[in-house]
Ligand binder design. Sequence first.
Ligand code: EPZ
Length: 424
Amino acid sequence: MDAFVVHGGRALSGTVRVSGAKNSALKLVAAALLAEGRTIVRNVPDIVDIRVMGDVLAHLGVGWQRRGDAVTLDVPADLGTETPAHLVKQLRASIVVLGPLLARCGRARVAMPGGCNLGSRNIDMHLSGLASLGARITYGPDYVEAVTPQLEGADLELPYASVGATENLLMAAVTARGTTRISNAAREPEIADLAGLLNAMGAGISGAGTSEVVVRGVEALQPAVHEVVGDRIEAGTFAVAAAVTGGDVKIEGVSPAHLRIPLGKLRAAGAEVDEGEGCLVVRGPARPRAVDVVTLPYPGFPTDLQPQFLVLLSQAAGTSMVTENVFDGRFSIVEHLQRLGVDLRIEGHHAIVRGARQLEGTTVQATDLRAGAALVLAGLVASGETVVTAPEHVDRGYADFAGRLAALGADVSRRAYAPAAGVA
Ligand code: EPZ
């Protein structure tokens, strides 16, 4: 078993380049299914989730080849239309093949994605939207199947601005007969990125990135080449690492406009944040100030930066309140932060954090991707040695997390770890 091993107390400095956004690349490669031929996606992060999505697409018959940071997808005329349970279990995001398979083949069968460490992860909005577009949805013991002779454009209203539902419905609608309107669509930058590829493939999408998206159905799509937008969550993670260690870090490969509210919160906490073309510089304060945070769909504060901010606020002078409105299970990190000495309590979907506590290194466990990254950040400010086990969670979304933090001066390594006898 291996783990992240961190010795705290160092201020980070230097420059780090973030990769293409995981939460865009996963959907861009699924969009390639919509056109026979070779689509190329550039700036694709080399992370576990992308490799699993590659297995999903290969299972469907797609030729998948990585060349540096580009992925080449050779999509055949005849595609498989079933995504098996063992792959969906590894990557719930693979349900975004539903829309493109339905649009391209008129059929898709996907194993029902389970919940995850973030709580329930329903797909009811995906399925009701597809049904409104003319799909017949049936359920098996552990799968859902959608079938249609031809999708028909429709006016869709999402009860909640779901990212995945917006993406699935966008991809289903591109070759539907007629026009589709998606109201209350998710506005995340990754949606606009997906629409950018789809339009390059010949789709007729307007309004992507706003809450009203219109899709004019076209006959067929053609392969295209597209570069993935920079990963705002990875950038935000390194920005918090700089702020919490009192460091001075330049973060390249991201648009500061995609981090408007989190950067505002870092400034309110006393960090200096300079914005440049495709980059930002974060200088941390000696002691952060307490700030309140409320997670919301974009452009609100992203839930994917909530655990990292809990670590920052554990060092702030004063008490902060962090409210989680997106995932009902996103406080799984709390018990591990408390083991490190963070003084926080949960009241409903609020975390009340009393700051300025000196954290003491110990062994903690990553419970999901962002919680794992946040625990490593906590190790950067804890005294002594912090060991973060279950690092595979972090590998899902961060390539070489230890190496990139170490390049900024952190004392972080990734090595084999044998728990002392009797320690969990
Ligand atoms: C995407 O998840 C991201 N994952 C998440 O990032 C991110 O936290 C989330 O969007 C919000 O920004 C990927 O893009 C692969 P949602 P997604 O549909 O699409 C409920 C990370 O760490 N809901 O906006 O699943 C759902 O249960 C990951 O990179 C329904 O009830 O997010 C959740 O409570 C974690 N029914 C909320 O909406 C539905 O049909 C947000 O879900 C769909 C969603």
